[in-house]
Design a protein around this ligand. Sequence first.
Ligand code: NAD
Length: 547
Amino acid sequence: MNATPEPAEPSGTGAGASSAATDILDPDHDPKASYAIDQALVRRLTGLVRATSGESVRSVSQITGQPLGDIPQSSAQDVEEAFRRARKAQATWARTTLKEREALFMRLHDIVLERQDEIMDMICWESGKARKHAFDEPLHIALTARYYARTGNRHLGTKRVAGVVPGLTHVEVNRIPKGVVGIISPWNYPFTMALCDGLPALKAGNAVVCKPDAQTMLTALLGVELLREAGFPEDLWQVVAGPGRVLGSEIIGRADYICFTGSTSTGKLIAKQCAERLIGCSLELGGKNPILILRDADLDRAAEGAVRAAFSNAGQLCVSMERMFVADQVYDRFMQKFVDRVNAMSLGATTEWGVDMGSLISQDQLDTVVEHVEDARAKGARVLTGGRARPDLGPYFYEPTVLENVQPGMQCFADESFGPVIAVYRFNDEADAIARANDGEYGLNASIYTRDTKRGREIAKQVKCGTVNVNEAFGATFASIDSPMGGMRESGMGRRQGAEGILRYTESQSVGTQKILRFGPMFGMSDEQYAKFMTTSVRLMSKLGRK
Ligand code: NAD
């Protein structure tokens, strides 16, 4: 495993923290200075938080360990004010046409692509991830903005449906915005997770109050700045900052709908609170995702895909793979290729291109990964490669790790590690492999490598996951914004992306208009005659093939 660039001090300072591409670096940057990035930018961004508590929390770079800025914290009163403003803005916004909204969405699309270097810099500084993994984020937001810009009518336009009496009952269905949507998002994809669920909410005519994770506030705020630059009304998207367990209830208590992305345990708490208020919610939660390498797989392609599947963003990706099932017939050849590729990965703390994996986000994440690997090792698992923290690269680095002989009873067998750790299992019966892939409580994402893509799609139907990628890790579904994305079982409720990703933010409203005939006796009929007339009519319509 290569370390690129030069190792830093164990304190996590200065591991290749140069930033040629950046606009955000303080021009007088001194690696020993207190703040790593331009404080004028930080002030501009933190000014977007609705916060009057007078308290702040320091955001720290995972690349250098230096402070990035001080994030003002919101109180319950600030959440109240955020909702008040959002409601007012929503009333006006809901009257804009889909065409007017489309123009703003396309402007956002262009701005995100133009300013992607700045966005990636901020993501790297704040999360410590490799630039190639940061790149996925502006790309995903550009795709999402374009998709919802251009599919407004398809999803939201008034639709004519069949009336009970052909020609006489005209029925159409409108899509009415819910109102103000509360969005609670995690740190792992801080730019995309802060924005991607809110965009369809806006397109459907809602306002948003969001609470991004405390560890990656600046990246989320940069996203909000871009929304303003694109021309979205100022008060339409409100941001509050603070601990989820405190602000979460304040948001849920006021919102008309909640979109939550995070852990399954928090998702369950949120679902209960939403149920109390009878408001809807979508929950994008954890996973323990399986990848299947079938006997006819293209092994080079599968090995390349498996590396991305397991180690993108150091495994801190809801759709990344933590369990790999490999056909007996190709096991040894595949594993040679896979482990060779893992060993060739470069690790480093930098905002530059050129490293294959960056840091974990925090001590908590590192602790979980260490605990899972050490527990497995102690109970008899074999570490084929990796299995060590790398404080020489930065405080939260951990090597990409491949385990064999992982058994039930080991923590990493069924619990989400959310780190760069994958357990590999051999199989000789495909039905058994599918059953094992379906084991456990989660059902988010799966991947199947086979040369017979038709069969791959057939097998997908037997896998209990919300997305299945054939000959790809996760990108084929996640980047295809027309496809719904979300989890079965304990991986969530509801879907982002596609029609479901926008319709969740609307109420359907049926409007029926009755012409000439009414629903009751006519032309001097008695109730009994009317009942007979209607019965005959219903029989006739059924004979005529009416649905
Ligand atoms: P987490 O549940 O601890 O936190 C996520 C968000 O919820 C944060 O903004 C946090 O402040 C907030 N929060 C925490 N406690 C809360 C409470 N009681 N009420 C309201 N809000 C609260 O999750 P995490 O560990 O930070 O994120 C990683 C998890 O997210 C992993 O399990 C991962 O699989 C999952 N995830 C899922 C998806 C998906 O699309 N399914 C995407 C990304 C991450």
